[in-house]
Design a protein around this ligand. Structure first.
Ligand SMILES: NC(=O)c1ccc[n+]([C@@H]2O[C@H](COP(=O)([O-])OP(=O)(O)OC[C@H]3O[C@@H](n4cnc5c(N)ncnc54)[C@H](O)[C@@H]3O)[C@@H](O)[C@H]2O)c1
Length: 263
């Protein structure tokens, strides 16, 4: 059993991840952090019954991680919080599963440096669903044969999502750009905006959409659309818990969902 903590334990993803942890035979919940519901039981907040794990203030992170013998910390919060908290956890020798999106390149670099310098195993992924990681693989294969195509990435998410475009849309564009030898990105279009050789990226927000990503490869006279749709956040929560179990047994280093899923 791997001892796991959750940062963002009061949030939509954090609560669902706790629900998945208690149903897992590989991990158990030993610590929880947030800015809200401090002092409440994490299981009560997640509505899965009392777990005897109190939600702690992030300011107490180092002492709580040590006392609870947390081995892996799962972080689904906001970019500024992850940028501040992940290096603190790494400096305690704790492995990381980071799901927060919207990290700036600088924030991501700082977190990665702390992972390497503290010799811990970690994964930072914008999408923990199995399907999306197969989708990335399919995109890279398709891009090999479609270098003449105009590429557009269109994503849709619920109205509460803070960052846009989604980390998954950006990763999809990166996967294609890498195969096509490097592309500029254009975010949305308005007014006179003739198309060049760019990848267009478009974000739609509304209702409770869990997460849709469509990639359009458009040629003269035909097009291919490759689409992934998450039906619920369970797709991400299940994958994050699977990643935590894997990271808990891994050697120090930075891993991807491709490593974990063997894609
Ligand atoms: N990688 C994936 O597969 C995946 C899937 C879904 C969502 N996400 C990302 O996960 C993140 C969280 O999404 P959500 O829908 O659960 O959001 P949410 O707003 O419901 O939850 C975020 C939680 O983080 C807490 N928080 C904020 N600042 C904090 C801090 N400094 N310390 C500790 N806790 C803090 C908030 O109080 C809240 O409880 C977002 O970045 C979202 O894009 C990633």
């Amino acid at each position: 059993m791997i001892n796991v903590g959750v940062t963002g334990a009061s949030g939509r993803m954090g609560r669902l991840i706790i629900d998945n942890i208690i149903r897992s035979e590989d991990v158990c919940l030993v610590s929880a952090f947030d800015l809200t519901n401090i002092g409440m039981d994490a299981g009560e907040v997640a509505q899965v019954g009392n777990l005897d794990v109190m939600i702690s203030d992030v300011s107490d992170m180092e002492s709580v991680l040590k006392e609870s013998a947390t081995q892996v910390l799962i972080d689904f919060t906001i970019a500024d919080a992850t940028a501040a908290n992940a290096p603190r956890a790494a400096s305690c020798g704790v492995g990381l599963v980071i799901g927060t999106t919207g990290l700036s390149p600088e924030q991501k670099r700082t977190i990665e440096e702390s992972i390497i310098s503290n010799n811990v195993p970690a994964i930072i992924s914008p999408n923990y669903s199995i399907g999306v990681n197969v989708f990335f693989k399919i995109l890279s294969e398709a891009a090999k044969y479609l270098d003449e195509a105009d590429v557009e990435v269109i994503e849709a998410h619920h109205k509460h999502k803070k960052d846009s475009p989604s980390g998954t849309a950006l990763r999809a564009a990166d996967v294609i750009s890498e195969v096509m030898g490097g592309k500029e990105y254009v975010y949305g279009r308005e007014g006179l905006s003739p198309r060049g050789k760019e990848i267009g990226i478009h974000a739609v927000r509304g209702g409770d959409i869990a997460g849709d990503h469509t990639v359009l490869f458009a040629l003269e006279g035909e097009r291919i659309e490759i689409k992934h749709q998450a039906h619920s956040r369970q797709a991400f929560a299940g994958g994050a818990v699977k990643a935590a179990a894997w990271i808990g047994n891994a050697e120090p280093g930075l891993y991807t969902m491709q490593d974990i899923l063997g894609i």
